[in-house]
Design a protein around this ligand. Structure first.
Ligand SMILES: *[C@@H]1O[C@H](CO)[C@@H](O)[C@H](O)[C@H]1NC(C)=O
Ligand SMILES: *[C@@H]1O[C@H](CO)[C@@H](O)[C@H](O)[C@H]1NC(C)=O
Ligand SMILES: *[C@@H]1O[C@H](CO)[C@@H](O)[C@H](O)[C@H]1NC(C)=O
Length: 695
C-alpha cells in the first residue's frame, strides 16, 4: 500500500542478512527495486550467481518491509485504548469538550510514536526513497521468479528452478514458454513432484484449495481439517491486510498541489481511503494468483463447505455451528435453513438450540458493517465513492437516498441501452432497404463516429480509419494562435518546475490544473481571463468530442492538466527513452502479454481522452498510438497549435509521447468520464460561469 519510505535497517533482527558483507557497522537494507534492477542487469551479463543473490534479497526485503509494517501497526493498536483514564488529563475519553479533544489527540500522537519507533527499530530511519509503480507491478506479476528460474537452472539448482518456475506460472498461466519449461522439468531425472511449490502461496488460500480438492474426492474429514485451518489463517491475513491499509494518503494524479482541506476534512479524507482499503480486503483475500476474478462470497462459502463436510463426517454439532455461522451472512438462505433444521432433528432440537454461531465471525460482521456505515456516511456527506465488495450486506445498510438514486441510475442505463438497441435496429432496417441502390447509408454503420463538430472553424483532419485504429480523431482549428499563446504564457507563469515527480531525467516537466489556475487567477497571480480561457477551452473540447463520437450520455471531466515538457539540452545524448512511456488511460498495460488490466491503480472510470496542442516550435515530441505490445507504432501525430487528438481511453488506444529533444512542448491534457461520481472537483464547485467560448 504504502511505498514512501525505504529501508535502512540494522542487521540485528534479521538473521538472514548476517552472512553477507559488513555486519559490524550500520547495515543498509537495500530497497528492493534497486536489488531487482541489479539482478536484471546481471541477468543480461549472464552472471547467474549475482542474479540469484540480488533477486532473493529483493524478495526477502520486500517481505520484511511488509511484515514489519503490519506487525508494528497491530502491536501499537493498544495505544489507542480509550477506556482508561489518561495520565495527566484525568478525564475519561470519549467525552465532549476541548480537554477531551486533547485526550483524543494524545492517543493519536502516542500511537503514531509507537508505530514510528517500532518501524525505525526494525527497518532503520525512513528515507525518501519511493519504489515506482512499475517495479511494484513486476513483483505483483511475480516477474522476479521468471529471472530466478533461469538463473537457478544455469547454476544447477534444479529443485529451486522448478519451484521458481511453478511460482511464476501460477500467476501467469498463459505464459507459453514457462509452460514448456515446466513440462521439460517434469521429465527430468532428479525432479520430485513436491518441488513444484508455489513460494508465494498465501496460507488461507492454499489450505482452502487443498480442502476443496479433498472435498471433491469425498474425503470430508481431511477436507474439514483444511477448511478449519483456512478459516484461522483467513482471520490472521485479514488483520494484516487491514493493518497494511493504514498507509499514506494516496493522491489522485497531481492534486496534492491544490489540496487544502482543514484538519477534520483531511483526517476524514484519509480515513475514508483507509476504510475503503480495509473493506477491499474481502476481495484481496478471495483472490488468487492467475485467476481473473476473486472467489465470490469467499468467507461465507468456507462455512458452507465446512458444514457439509461435517455433516458427511456425521459431526452434527460442528455442522450446526457452521450452518448457523453461514446464516449470519445470509439469514434467509433457504437451503441452509433446511440443512439446519435437518441437522437439528438428527442431533435433538434442545441440544441444537444451545449451539451458537462462531464469535469471531459475529465480530467480523459487526466491524465490517460499522465500516460500511461510515463509508456510506462519507459517500452522502462528501461524495467519497464507496462500492460495497460484499454480497451479504443487508439492504438497509445503504442509506435510502443512495439506494433510490442507484436504482434510478440503473433504470436510466437500461432505458438508454434499450433505446440504442431500437435505434440500431431501425438503422439496420433502413440500410437493408437502401442497400441495393445506395451505399451511403452503410457509412452510418461502419462509421458511428463523425457527429457534428458544432463550431465552424474546427475541421476533421483525420478519422479513426486514417489514424489506423478505432475511436480516434484528429481535429484542427480548435483554438486560435492568440489563445495558444495565452495558455502557453499561463503555463509559464504558474509553472512550479521541479515540484513534480520527475518523469524522464532528460526533460523538465511543469503543469497546472484548472483549479490551480483559477485560484491563482483569484489571487491575482495570473490574469483571471487566462484562467477562464483554460476552463472554457477544455469545456469546448469536451462538447466537440461528445458530439463527434455521438455519445448518448454526457461526458464529465475526470482530470484536466496544462503541461509543458522541456528538453534539457545537456541530457539528450544517446537518449532512447520516451517523453511519456506508452500506456492506456483506463487500464494497466502489460505489454509483454498484449493485455490491459482494467483495475486499480489505473483510472478505470476514464472513458475518453483528448490532448490539445499549443505549439510546434520544438524537436521530437510526436504523439504515437501503438499496438498493445507498446512497441508497434500504428499512427503518429505531429503537435501544432489548435490541434486536438481525441480518442477512447480503453485498450484499443495505447499511446505515448516521443522524446522532446529540443525546446518546450505544451499541451492541455483532458480526461473524460461517463460516470458523474468521478467528476473533477473544480467543475462541480463552479468557480466560473460556465458560458462557452464563442466559436
Ligand atoms: C502495547 O504494545 C506495545 C508494543 O508491542 C507493548 O510494548 C506494550 O506493552 C503494549 N501495552 C499494553 C498495555 O498492552
Ligand atoms: C515559456 O517558457 C519557455 C521556456 O522558458 C519559452 O521558450 C517560451 O517562449 C515561453 N512562452 C511564452 C508564451 O511565454
Ligand atoms: C497509418 O498506417 C500507414 C501504413 O502503415 C502509414 O503510412 C500512415 O502514416 C499511418 N497513419 C498515421 C497517421 O500515422
Amino acid at each position: 500500500m504504502e511505498l514512501r519510505y525505504a529501508l535502512l535497517f540494522s542487521c540485528l533482527i534479521i538473521p538472514l542478512c548476517s552472512s553477507d558483507t559488513d555486519v559490524s557497522s550500520h547495515f543498509v537494507l537495500e530497497p528492493y527495486d534497486f536489488l531487482f534492477d541489479k539482478a536484471v542487469e546481471a541477468y543480461y551479463k549472464g552472471d547467474w550467481l549475482t542474479v540469484v543473490l540480488n533477486m532473493e534479497k529483493a524478495l526477502r526485503n520486500k517481505a520484511t518491509v511488509r511484515n514489519v509494517k503490519a506487525q508494528c501497526r497491530l502491536s501499537c493498536a493498544n495505544q489507542t485504548a480509550f477506556g482508561e483514564r489518561l495520565s495527566g488529563l484525568g478525564v475519561p475519553i470519549p467525552g465532549a469538550g476541548s480537554v477531551e479533544d486533547l485526550g483524543f489527540f494524545q492517543k493519536i500522537l502516542k500511537r503514531a510514536d509507537c508505530v514510528n519507533s517500532c518501524e525505525t527499530e526494525k527497518l532503520g530511519y525512513p528515507t525518501l526513497h519511493q519504489v515506482t509503480a512499475d517495479v511494484e507491478l513486476e513483483f505483483k506479476k511475480r516477474t522476479p521468479y521468471n529471472y530466478l528460474q533461469a538463473a537457478y537452472f544455469k547454476i544447477n539448482k534444479l529443485d529451486k528452478a522448478v519451484a521458481a518456475a511453478h511460482t511464476f506460472f501460477v500467476a501467469n498461466p498463459d505464459h507459453v514458454e514457462m509452460k514448456q519449461n515446466l513440462d521439460y522439468y517434469r521429465m527430468m531425472a532428479g525432479v520430485q513432484p513436491e518441488d513444484f511449490k508455489d513460494l508465494e502461496a498465501r496460507p488461507h488460500m492454499a489450505e482452502f484449495l487443498l480442502g476443496k480438492s479433498y472435498y471433491s474426492d469425498e474425503s470430508f474429514g481431511l477436507g474439514a481439517d483444511h477448511f478449519e485451518v483456512a478459516i484461522n489463517e483467513y482471520f490472521t491475513a485479514d488483520k494484516e491486510c487491514r493493518a497494511l491499509c493504514e498507509g499514506a494518503y494516496n493522491y489522485d494524479g497531481y492534486n496534492y498541489m491544490e489540496y487544502s482541506a482543514d484538519l477534520f476534512q483531511t483526517m476524514t479524507d484519509h480515513y475514508m481511503q483507509v476504510l475503503n482499503c480495509k473493506q477491499h480486503c474481502a476481495v484481496e483475500l478471495a483472490s488468487t494468483a492467475g485467476k481473473d476474478k476473486p472467489f465470490e462470497d469467499f468467507l461465507p462459502s468456507l462455512f458452507n463447505y465446512l458444514q457439509f463436510s461435517y455433516y458427511n463426517s456425521e459431526k452434527y454439532e460442528q455442522a450446526i455451528e457452521c450452518a448457523k455461522t453461514f446464516l449470519l451472512f445470509h439469514p434467509a438462505d433457504v437451503v441452509m435453513n433446511q440443512n439446519l433444521a435437518y441437522y437439528s432433528v438428527v442431533l435433538g432440537e434442545d441440544k441444537a438450540a444451545t449451539i451458537s454461531a462462531r464469535q469471531v465471525v459475529k465480530q467480523h460482521i459487526q466491524q465490517s458493517l460499522l465500516e460500511k456505515e461510515l463509508l456510506y456516511f462519507g459517500y452522502e456527506a462528501f461524495g467519497i465513492t464507496f462500492v460495497d465488495p460484499d454480497t451479504w450486506t443487508p439492504e438497509d445498510v445503504m442509506p435510502k437516498k443512495l439506494r433510490d438514486k442507484q436504482k434510478a441510475d440503473r433504470e436510466t442505463a437500461a432505458r438508454i441501452t434499450e433505446e440504442i438497441g431500437n435505434l440500431m435496429k431501425e438503422i439496420e432496417t433502413l440500410v437493408e432497404e437502401k442497400k441495393k441502390d445506395s451505399s451511403d447509408i452503410a457509412m452510418i454503420i461502419t462509421q458511428p463516429e463523425g457527429g457534428a463538430l458544432l463550431y465552424d472553424d474546427i475541421k476533421v483532419t483525420m478519422t479513426s480509419k486514417q489514424l489506423n485504429g478505432s475511436q480516434r480523431v484528429l481535429l484542427d482549428g480548435v483554438i486560435s494562435d492568440d489563445e495558444c499563446r495565452e495558455l502557453h504564457r499561463l503555463s509559464n507563469v504558474t509553472a512550479t518546475a521541479g515540484a513534480l515527480p520527475p518523469h524522464t531525467p532528460s526533460e523538465m516537466f511543469q503543469g497546472v490544473t484548472v483549479l490551480k489556475a483559477v485560484k491563482l487567477g483569484q489571487e491575482g497571480t495570473v490574469p483571471l481571463k487566462s484562467a477562464r480561457l483554460f476552463f472554457d477551452v477544455s469545456e469546448k473540447v469536451k462538447k466537440v468530442l461528445g458530439s463527434y463520437f455521438r455519445l448518448d450520455a454526457p461526458l464529465y471531466f475526470s482530470y484536466s492538466h496544462l503541461v509543458c515538457r522541456s528538453a534539457i539540452d545537456e541530457k539528450q545524448e544517446d537518449r532512447k527513452d520516451l517523453s511519456h512511456p506508452v500506456h492506456v488511460d483506463n487500464c494497466v498495460l502489460v505489454s509483454e502479454l498484449n493485455k490491459c488490466l482494467k483495475e486499480p491503480p489505473a483510472y478505470t472510470y476514464r472513458d475518453y481522452s483528448a490532448i490539445l496542442y499549443l505549439n510546434d516550435d520544438f524537436e521530437g515530441g510526436d504523439f504515437i498510438f501503438t499496438e498493445l505490445d507498446a512497441k508497434t507504432v500504428t499512427a503518429k501525430v505531429r503537435p501544432q497549435c489548435g490541434r486536438v487528438v481525441g480518442f477512447g481511453a480503453g485498450q484499443e488506444n495505447p499511446h505515448g509521447v516521443r522524446a522532446v529533444t529540443k525546446g518546450q512542448r505544451c499541451a492541455v491534457a483532458l480526461w473524460f468520464t461517463l460516470d458523474p461520481t468521478h467528476e473533477e472537483k473544480v467543475r462541480t464547485i463552479s468557480f466560473l460561469p460556465t458560458a462557452s467560448v464563442s466559436g
